[in-house]
Design a protein around this ligand. Structure first.
Ligand SMILES: [Zn+2]
Length: 198
């Protein structure tokens, strides 16, 4: 589901992920957007010029996105969608908040826009190394570790269990690497988003 060209929702697809506008739930939380209950604007600029912007507002069960969008060559449309929250339990009895992707209903931390905001999987977004922004490198390294352990490679999921036959020492080493990489990835994504949004 949701591979490139699957056509479930409109948007302009390119190979360069920096052309995607993304909204990161962790970043919204850090910015205080989730506590404010009013409209705030997220803008994306390049070369000091605002390329696009959307408005977001915290509601009871999610974050409302409001903006104008169009596919290439089409008329502008007003888009107004509630991106619902989903919750999972953490190991320590807490709960963790996610976006639920409106197309595939999977939990995700980051939504990517085209015409609509959907999860990375739905966009079939591929990180081609020649186009990788700096933060995509720790991301793809961490994904490889997770796949090696039989996980999906998604950082939205918990770190995979130790596979049978793998030494604990190896597993713990990979887990530590994953911790470092995902930390670095999160920090770099934040910096990158900060730069984009001024
Ligand atoms: Zn999705």
């Amino acid at each position: 589901m949701g591979g490139p060209g699957s056509g479930r929702f409109g948007g302009i697809l390119t190979d360069k992920c920096e052309d995607y506008r993304s909204v990161d739930l962790t970043w919204l939380k850090r910015k205080g957007t989730l506590d404010s209950w009013g409209w705030s604007t997220i803008t994306w600029s390049r070369g000091g010029e605002v390329r696009s912007s959307i408005q977001v507002k915290r509601e009871d069960c999610g974050v409302r996105f409001r903006y104008r969008a169009r596919n290439q060559g089409d008329e502008w449309e007003d888009v107004n969608e509630l991106m619902p929250f989903a919750y999972t339990r953490t190991n320590f009895g807490g709960r963790r908040r996610w976006f639920e992707c409106l197309s595939c209903r999977r939990n995700c931390r980051v939504l990517y826009g085209g015409k609509y905001y959907r999860c990375r999987r739905c966009w079939g977004l591929r990180y081609k190394s020649q186009y990788e922004p700096a933060w995509a490198r720790p991301l793809s390294k961490a994904q490889k570790i997770r796949e090696r352990l039989g996980g999906s490679g998604s950082l939205d999921e918990l770190f995979p269990e130790k596979p049978k036959g793998m030494h604990w020492r190896t597993y713990n080493r990979l887990k530590r690497q994953d911790d470092l990489l995902t930390d670095r990835w999160a920090t770099m994504t934040m910096d990158w988003m900060d730069k984009l949004t001024g």
